[in-house]
Design a protein around this ligand. Structure first.
Ligand code: ADP
Length: 482
């Protein structure tokens, strides 16, 4: 696995969770997995056991040679995580940028990282090179276009996973010199995208197989509406594109065992969840009112996640008997809006502008309802966490949300959450109202919670799908299984 994030070392979103947990799930199936990621400041200053190695890398970036060292750590039983150390590139405040914007040298940083990862692979050849998102897309381009340099890995097959097509790594043509690639590759058939360089596109054209993180998203991204300009390229690769749903690491996200929460509960001890709710209210300074539901959001604050709908209905929501808790970080305008809302509605709205994993667990445990009205959602993890915690998700019928949450039908006693279709504020509000009605029917709500908690999105099944894809590429025949 070559990736720019891996939990627990460095995380901004679901990508990190996937790399950490998929690798371990593959190892449990008997595969030998290793991961290559950058040694960011969070790695260097974290409390992870790190080993220095004697490996020193030197690689071309434009007309210079840049150097890297390699640190090692482990996850699972024996998965080696190789952390590429090059402090001028990675020892920074954040992974990709600050509130002022992306780091201006991101093209160079991830050209460097992709090439460094391949230098390591030359020393330790593998059967499958699995790259993730734009930051590592060029690794596939180098492998495929500079075969003479990478003879040691000539037999390796490549898999590329799209975790979010909204991020493509698009840079101006002046950055081309950083790539040290033949200018013949700067064409619309490969890396050129309306005059710019598009890292992701290179991998979409050249990878042996492409995956994305839910079956619905795999279908959506080949349409102009959700293809972010790459639907044509993806359409041409449709036969090699497969959607494999992300799983959940239930050793981390399980209300029975969660180390970040004080009161543990399961399907048959739901009243204990009320203690988690009291605790959550204490954290956010919200009064204890037994009949008032707590609606929660934990998210990057970006328009992808549907925050403009939330802004739009906020005043109407405040006319209902609800409390709101939000944990998130992101676009300054949203941060401002929600900070202001917390001041204006003190005692009803609790906001934490931060990235705080323990608090995320406490919110999942203590809230009644989880809002995820995303404009688009490749997979989404929080709705799956919410199901396990009996925190009923309200989601838009898109991408992975559609694949994991079933519409609640009280009469039929089916469904696990509330789903709406059009990306419209009023549709969201109506759906929230419907959920509030059910919330006040205690018996129906408890039954809904139990159905939600019984859902199982563990990694094993998805990891088998990836393993089968790898075997298919290596002509080793598929292993049977779900
Ligand atoms: P995305 O990758 O698009 O951000 P996902 O739902 O796939 O969305 O994954 C988000 C992950 O990041 C989840 O594990 C979620 O709990 C976590 N997360 C997002 N924002 C925060 C935050 N402010 N504090 C703690 N965890 C967060």
């Amino acid at each position: 696995m070559i990736a720019s994030e891996i939990s627990p070392f460095a995380k901004t979103g679901g990508l990190a969770d996937v790399i950490g947990t998929l690798s371990v799930a593959l190892e449990r199936l008997g595969h030998e997995v290793s991961v290559i990621a950058p040694a960011y400041r969070s790695v260097l200053q974290g409390k992870f056991p790190l080993h220095e190695t004697s490996t020193k890398l030197s690689l071309p970036v434009s007309d210079r040679l840049e150097n890297a060292a390699v640190l090692q750590s482990t996850i699972g039983q024996g998965i080696v995580v190789h952390l590429i150390r090059a402090d001028p590139y990675f020892d920074r405040e954040s992974l990709y940028g600050t509130t002022a914007g992306d780091y201006p040298d991101n093209a160079e940083r991830f050209v460097f990282f992709s090439r460094a990862a391949l230098e390591l692979l030359r020393r330790q050849p593998v059967d499958i090179v699995h790259c993730h998102d734009w930051q590592t897309a060029l690794a596939i381009v180098y492998l495929k276009s500079q075969a003479a340099r990478y003879v040691e890995t000539a037999a390796a097959k490549t898999v590329f996973t799209i975790h979010n097509l909204g991020f493509q790594g698009i840079f101006g043509p002046h950055d081309w010199r950083l790539l040290n690639l033949d200018s013949a590759l700067f064409t619309p058939q490969l890396l050129e995208f309306y005059g710019n360089i598009n890292f992701l596109k290179g991998a979409l054209v050249l990878a042996d197989k492409i995956t994305t993180v839910s079956p619905s998203y795999a279908q959506e991204i080949i349409t102009p509406a959700q293809g972010f300009g790459l639907d044509g390229v993806l359409g041409q690769r449709a036969a090699d594109l497969v959607g494999i749903l992300n799983g959940v690491d239930y050793s981390q996200w399980n209300p029975w065992t969660d180390p970040f929460i004080k009161c543990h509960y399961g399907e048959h001890s739901l009243p204990v969840k009320d203690d988690c709710k009291r605790n959550l209210r204490r954290i956010f300074g919200l009064p204890d009112k037994s009949d008032t539901p707590v609606l929660a959001m934990i998210s990057r604050l970006t328009s992808q996640k549907g925050f403009d709908l939330i802004e739009n209905i906020f005043e109407s929501l405040m006319q209902r008997d609800v409390q709101i808790v939000l944990l998130g970080k992101g676009e300054p305008s949203y941060e401002q809006t929600f900070r202001a809302a917390a001041t204006r509605y003190a005692g009803r709205v609790g906001v934490r502008i931060d990235f705080d994993e323990p608090l995320a667990h406490q919110i999942e445990a203590g809230a009644d309802i989880f809002l995820m009205p995303s404009l688009y959602e490749p997979c989404g993890l929080n709705q799956m966490f919410s199901l396990k915690y009996g925190t009923i998700p309200i989601v838009r019928a898109v991408g992975g949300l559609k694949d994991t949450v079933q519409q609640c039908d009280i009469e039929a006693e089916t469904g696990t959450g509330f789903v709406f279709e059009p990306y419209e504020a009023q549709a969201l509000l109506r759906t929230i109202d419907r959920s509030l009605q059910v919330f006040h029917d205690k018996k129906a709500w408890a039954a809904l919670q139990r159905r939600a908690m019984a859902m199982d999105f563990s990694w094993e099944r998805s990891a088998k799908r990836y393993a089968n894809l790898y075997r298919q590429l290596l002509n080793r025949g598929e292993i049977r299984g779900p």
